[in-house]
Design a protein around this ligand. Structure first.
Ligand code: F6P
Length: 319
């Protein structure tokens, strides 16, 4: 393989730039030309493609977002859209593609694989919900952003002796809520993977207040319900007013942590190695700090698992 392409797609995540840099530099190191496909699968369909050089990815390792831009592309979900994308790749003589993104991006890579086009998926999403890897690029940075917010909210929650509800992202996964709740010392964490009982939430908060706790922090994953909806239900059950903080898209931005940069560099380089050595149709990941790769179709068929041991621990430690 002498020419490969790289694109980022779906919700951006901090560390995507470090992954793009790794793909470009590793490919050039291996004497392979690299083409950047801008604006995700939209750019692929429209031929928004440019050759990248070593310098094209200079000064980006520490930047959030993605220099290749990103998009969510409905057209690429159709056979016609996929065909158009493959025609563009053939027009530019691009023999294989590295796709950096989350679930939707992987579905696109899977479709290309089913057309017989060599593709490797690199997990880039703050949600940490991609099967075949313990961590996704951007998750660690997003967690640190959430924890910073929780710490700040805790100051005002304590001063006013209030209960705060903090809504975090994660799509259908509770990883951001669980990890940030544990690291931020939240009284209650609600995740979509586990049903919650309002009576239990209230009993726990009451017990904390009886022993002198000055505040309560409840982290709600967006996959459970919105923070505002939970606040309404909580008020209905207790008559108590709360304050709601929806952290939103700040969770997607910012300087990637060292951990995300290292992960992105390792995964990006591994993807190129696989592609160039003729191993398309793979998804790269990290397990027990070792790089792994799986058949992308099989990987996507597996469900994402949350760490329930950690969920129980967060309950035990927040009594
Ligand atoms: O997948 C990343 C993510 O930030 C999710 O956590 C969230 O549900 C979604 O994207 C938001 O998407 P958008 O930026 O299109 O509103």
């Amino acid at each position: 393989m002498k020419k490969i392409g790289v694109l980022t797609s779906g919700g951006d995540s901090p560390g995507m730039n470090a992954a793009v840099r790794a793909v470009v530099r590793k490919a050039i190191f291996m004497d392979v030309e690299v083409y950047g496909i801008y604006q995700g699968y939209n750019g692929l369909i429209n031929g928004n493609i440019q050759k990248l050089e070593l310098g094209s990815v200079g000064d980006i390792i520490h930047r959030g977002g993605t220099m290749l831009y990103t998009a969510r592309c409905e057209e690429f979900k159709t056979k016609e859209g996929q065909k158009k994308g493959i025609e563009q790749l053939e027009k530019f003589g691009i023999e294989g593609l590295v796709v950096i993104g989350g679930d939707g991006s992987y579905q696109g890579a899977k479709a290309l694989t089913e057309w017989g086009y060599p593709c490797v998926g690199v997990p880039g999403t703050i949600d940490n919900d991609i099967p075949g890897t313990e961590y996704t690029i951007g998750f660690d940075t997003a967690l640190n952003t959430v924890i910073d917010a929780i710490d700040k909210i805790r100051d005002t929650a304590t001063s006013h002796e209030r209960t705060f509800i903090i809504e975090v992202m994660g799509r259908n996964a509770g990883d951001i809520a669980l990890w940030s709740g544990l690291a931020g010392g939240a009284e209650t964490v609600l995740i979509p993977e586990e049903k919650f009982d309002m009576d239990d939430v209230i009993t726990r908060l009451n017990k904390g207040q009886e022993r002198g706790k000055k505040h309560s922090i409840i982290v709600v994953a967006e996959g459970v319900m919105s923070g505002n909806e939970f606040a309404d239900r909580f008020k209905e059950a207790t008559g108590m007013d709360t304050r709601v903080s929806v952290l939103g898209h700040i969770q997607r931005g910012g300087t990637p942590t060292a951990s995300d940069r290292v992960l992105a560099s390792r995964l990006g380089a591994k993807a190129v190695e696989l592609l160039v050595s003729g191993n398309g149709g793979r998804a790269v990941g990290i397990e027990k700090n070792q790089l792994v790769d799986y058949d992308i179709i099989e990987a996507l068929a597996k469900p994402h698992h949350i760490d329930l041991e950690m969920y129980n621990l967060s309950k035990e430690l927040s009594i």
